[in-house]
Every structure is written in C-alpha cells, then in structure tokens.
Design a protein around this ligand. Sequence first.
Ligand SMILES: C[S@@+](CC[C@H](N)C(=O)[O-])C[C@H]1O[C@@H](n2cnc3c(N)ncnc32)[C@H](O)[C@@H]1O
Length: 209
Amino acid sequence: MSFFMALFYDKVMRHTEEACLIEWRRILLENVDGKVLEIGAGTGASLDLYPQKTSLTLYLSEPDQHMRMQLEQKLHSQSSIEATVLSCSADHIEAEDDFFDYVFVSLVCCSVKDVAASLQEIKRVLKPTGRFIFLEHVAAEPGSSCYHWQQRLNFIWRRVADNCHLNRTTEQSIIDAGFVIEEIKYEKMRKMIAVVQPTIRGIASIAPE
Ligand SMILES: C[S@@+](CC[C@H](N)C(=O)[O-])C[C@H]1O[C@@H](n2cnc3c(N)ncnc32)[C@H](O)[C@@H]1O
C-alpha cells in the first residue's frame, strides 16, 4: 500500500466503521482471551475493541510498512492496550505450531496473495481448541446484479485497491482449509459502495481429523 493510501485509510473507512464495522468487531472480539493474533491489522481499527484483560496477550501482524507505521503510532499514542507488532505475512506467520487461542482477520482474505496457504498457516498456529474469527467482504450471490458487477470490476479494483478482490468465496475457502464454521452472519456493509457490501463474519474451529 502506498504511503498516502495508508495515511488516508482511516478517513476513507470512517463512515463505514461508524455505520457497522465497529459494532461487528466489538461483538466478534468480546470473548477473546489468552494469546490472540490479529493478521493484517492495518491501521489498528480493532485495537480499542479488544477486552482489557490481563490474561489477554495481543499480537498484531501487518506486512505493509506504511500500514504498520500507522498501526504503531496508534498503538503508542491513542490506545491503552499493549501488543507485540509483527511484520509477517498471513502465509508465513512467525509463530510455533499450536500457539494462539484466537486468530482474527478483518478485510484481509480479500487481499492476500494465496488464501489457501494463509488459511493453512492460521490453522497451523492455532491451538487445536483455538478459534478463527473472521470479518470479510465477499462475492455476492451468483446470478445477482452485484455479483455480475463484482466480476466485471474485479480486474481494475485489484489494481487500484492493493490486490483487494471483490469476488472471493471466503466461506468456502475456510471450509476447504479444514475449519468448521460455528457461527456465521451475512450482512451488507453500510456506507460502502455496492460491490464491496456483501460480508460474512463469524467464528470457526479446526475440524476434527
Ligand atoms: C483492507 S485492509 C484491512 C485492515 C484491517 N484489518 C482493518 O480491518 O481495518 C487489508 C490489510 O491486509 C493486509 N494484507 C494484505 N496482504 C496480506 C498478507 N499476505 N498477510 C497479512 N496481511 C496482509 C494489508 O497490508 C492491509 O493492512
């Protein structure tokens, strides 16, 4: 992401955050505890929504240097939470196997280079009892006008929006990676252009072998 995109990211997202994302993040994160990893933490939109518990140890990974700079600034100047910042990518997470109690992603699976490899890494670093929490914008219902426009605009959107795909079927990718979806909600992101509105959010666990 360019320096300027990272600098203005929060301003661009502000209305959407206020209209729905803050509330969705808060509910998704309200019960996290233990060792928690947020992947692609961006500018730190979720920082103040983590429960303030001494038993929670937070790790934030952000591979993009400009987003990471915003994240570190927010962490040190605006937030009361403590966290360790990592620079690793979702497909090469700097952690031992079975390390985290929770892994959280929001608006990240749309942008990673390799969704399947990233989900395998998430599975690797999660404890067998761990939970994967996701909030992602996804492909609309096939056959809908939104789906049609997502397919048409995807090529250009990826180029202007830092590899963000409009048409990923992330729920299926999560299942294909060997997770069981325990909770899922389908809702439109408010105050957002139509092709980015369809979202899924929920919690998955590792499928028993
Ligand atoms: C749309 S932003 C979302 C940021 C943040 N999660 C949020 O909800 O505001 C997408 C983020 O995913 C990060 N990202 C892209 N590819 C990634 C990868 N392979 N591994 C981890 N993060 C990645 C980007 O650097 C960017 O910060």
